[in-house]
Structure formats: structure tokens, C-alpha cells
Design a protein around this ligand. Structure first.
Ligand SMILES: C[S@@+](CC[C@H](N)C(=O)[O-])C[C@H]1O[C@@H](n2cnc3c(N)ncnc32)[C@H](O)[C@@H]1O
Length: 351
């Protein structure tokens, strides 16, 4: 992102410009109001959004995937969303260069003294991301250093960011404590979130507010994911396994001999987390000393009756898990180490 993509004043837009507003929410509504007030020469062609289409205020909303790129040959996209980093990357990947990022003071904080808040937000966002990188890398180092049996599994791959961090960490620590050959198992629908059928998910703040929903967070295809990982790490292809599909279908089909030393749970929803953990604990896939990292622990206002918090509480109860809290990371991550538990398989063996 170069600074000249930021728009600090509506006066900097060309005379008689045609614009699309990216972000069918409060920021977009305010921007449309201000443009109509300050720049009557500008025509607003409609709203763009990452996920929603239809109508917003008095204009059509089109998802960026549905919008023909020719629209943007002579029109400027004004990004009015806090997710401007992701949006500008998505536009660049479609070869759309004709966009500007509205600085916060233009649409979000009308009475606030002007400051380059977008830049600050970018830096703060990077800081949060660095914390996730560090936590995942240390978790991988832990399973090598403490000789925890089994592989690494991630549930929720989307952009490939965390998968690449895990892969790079596995390749960096391979051979540490003489352990080699740990595999990276990657699980995702590659279609984004499933239909939200569970009552607790339906009632959760993130679903209610529309921040999460069916089909959200669709990211890289399985093929793009693997290519990304290979270019970001020294992970050999034969140590990567991808399981496309819903967890309720893919996890129960894992081999009985599966063992995991580290789980990265980044699938946000209560039901998705349950679909993973219930099978993994019931079939005794989780090793003694395994680390479980929950990426979305503090989502849903950290309410214990939603999301990953609710799922973990139920799983602890169901499998009588003896565990340690291994600490929080970034703004929403939380890690636990599993000591012992009662799996159905162990019970079967006892009979
Ligand atoms: C927030 S994203 C993961 C972000 C990712 N770790 C990254 O670094 O970009 C959540 C992911 O979980 C996946 N997901 C959620 N529930 C799922 C389910 N029940 N079955 C399969 N995939 C699911 C979505 O497809 C999405 O890719």
C-alpha cells in the first residue's frame, strides 16, 4: 500500500468522477452522504461489498466477485471499510488499481481531529498478526521440544496465513529433539462458513451483527493453499495433507491411527469446533501434552455460551479432560495443553 492510495479530502477526487463505494455499511452510508453534500459533480454508481449484494440505502449493492471489471475502467472505487487492507489486496489480485482508501476522518469519525488513523490501524493490525505468528511458532517449538507425539492439524485455512506459519515452523524445528517428519494436516470446506444451523451460533453476537455468516471467509482454493505454503516454507509436499469438505464429513474419516500434537482451531463457530473436537477426543487422536490453540476465543464478546469457548467447555466435561491453560495471545487467541482424558476408544480398551 502506497500513501497515495489514501484519500484525505473529497476535494482530491477528479471533477465529475464516477465512483463505487466499497462497504455497504455505516462508513459507506456516511461517505455517500458527504459526497452528495460536498461534491455534487460526482456520481455514485452503487455499493460494492465482499459478501453481500442487494440494496443498501437507496442504491444497489454488488459483490466484488459479481461486478464486471469493466465497471472500474472509468470509475474509482472508494474503500470505506475498516477491512481496507484485505479489500485492497483482493482488488489488486483482480488487477483493479483504480481505487482509493478513504481515510477514517472522511467517513468514520466526522468530528475527530484529523490524523492518519488508517496507517495507525495498519500498524496495530500487524502487531496482532505478529502475536499470532509468535504463538503458533512457539506452539510448534513446544511440541518438538517436549517431544509430544503426533502431527499438526489446522481447522480453518482461508488465506493460508496461519497454515504457512505452521509449515514454516515445522520446517524450522524439524530435527529439534531428534524428531522429524511431522505432517501438517489442513482442513477446510474451501467454501467458507457452513450454513449456521446451531441455535447458539445463530444467537451469537458475531452472527447477529452480520460480521459472520454462511459462505463468509472463503479464501484460497486447496491448490492455491498448498502452493502458498510451499513458497513460504521448506515443507516437503509429501508432509502436507489437505482435506477439503465440511468437518462433519472429513474428520470422522481420518485413520484410526491418527495422532495430533498440535491443533490450530480457527473455524470460529461453536458447531464447527464441536465437529472437530468431539471426533478427535472420542477417537483418542489427541496426544498427551498436545497443544490446542483457539484463534477465536474472545470473539462474540468473549461470552462463554458461544463459539469456541462453549465448545471447549462441553468437550472438557464430556471427556473429563485434565488440562493446563497455556495463555492468551493477540486479541482473541487462547492456548491449552491437554494432559489426560477419557476417550471412548480408551473405554473400549478397558472393557
Ligand atoms: C477465519 S477463517 C480461517 C483463517 C485462516 N486461519 C487464515 O490464516 O487465513 C475460518 C475458516 O474456517 C472454515 N470453516 C469454518 N467452519 C467450517 C466447517 N464446518 N467445515 C469446513 N470448514 C469450515 C472456513 O471455510 C474458513 O476458511
Amino acid at each position: 500500500m502506497t500513501d497515495n492510495k489514501f484519500l484525505y479530502s473529497f476535494n482530491d477526487l477528479p471533477l465529475n468522477a464516477e465512483v463505487y463505494l466499497y462497504g455497504a455499511s455505516n462508513g459507506g452510508e456516511r461517505t455517500s452522504k458527504y459526497l452528495k453534500f460536498f461534491r455534487k459533480d460526482i456520481s455514485i454508481k452503487g455499493f460494492l461489498d465482499s459478501y453481500q449484494s442487494g440494496q443498501f440505502i437507496d442504491m444497489a449493492v454488488t459483490t466484488i466477485d459479481e461486478a464486471p471489471v469493466q465497471w472500474f475502467e472509468n470509475s474509482i472505487i472508494l474503500i470505506t471499510s475498516m477491512y481496507w487492507v484485505d479489500i485492497s489486496q483482493a482488488l489488486k489480485s483482480k488487477n483493479i488499481q483504480n481505487y482509493r482508501v478513504c481515510s477514517d476522518e472522511l467517513y468514520a469519525l466526522p468530528n475527530f481531529p484529523t490524523a492518519p488513523l488508517n496507517q495507525l490501524r495498519y500498524e496495530v493490525k500487524c502487531f496482532g498478526t505478529d502475536e499470532i505468528k509468535k504463538a503458533l511458532a512457539l506452539s510448534v517449538q513446544y511440541i518438538y521440544g517436549a517431544e509430544v507425539e503426533g502431527d499438526v492439524a489446522e481447522f480453518g485455512t482461508q488465506t493460508g496465513f496461519s497454515s504457512s506459519v505452521l509449515a514454516a515452523s515445522i520446517s524450522a524445528f524439524d530435527g529439534f529433539s531428534k524428531i522429524t517428519g511431522k505432517k501438517l494436516h489442513l482442513f477446510d470446506s474451501f467454501e467458507g462458513f457452513p450454513a449456521i444451523n446451531n441455535e447458539s451460533d445463530q444467537a451469537s453476537p458475531q452472527i447477529q451483527s452480520g460480521v459472520w455468516g454462511e459462505g463468509f471467509f472463503k479464501g484460497l482454493s486447496a491448490e492455491q493453499l498448498v502452493l502458498n505454503i510451499i513458497s513460504a516454507s521448506n515443507m516437503p509436499l509429501e508432509l502436507i495433507e489437505v482435506y477439503p469438505g465440511w468437518y462433519s464429513d472429513t474428520v470422522p474419516k481420518l485413520a484410526d491411527s491418527s495422532r495430533f500434537a498440535l491443533l490450530h482451531i480457527d473455524c470460529d463457530l461453536y458447531q464447527s469446533t464441536m465437529d472437530v473436537l468431539d471426533v478427535c477426543f472420542s477417537k483418542n487422536y489427541i496426544s498427551t501434552g498436545a497443544m490446542i490453540c483457539f484463534d477465536d476465543w474472545n470473539c462474540n464478546r468473549a461470552m462463554p455460551d458461544h463459539g469456541e469457548r462453549k465448545a471447549w467447555a462441553e468437550i472438557i466435561e464430556k471427556y473429563q479432560i485434565d488440562y493446563s491453560n497455556a495463555g492468551s495471545y493477540s486479541w482473541s487467541g487462547q492456548r491449552f495443553i491437554v494432559h489426560q482424558y477419557q476417550s471412548y476408544k480408551q473405554n473400549e480398551y478397558k472393557k
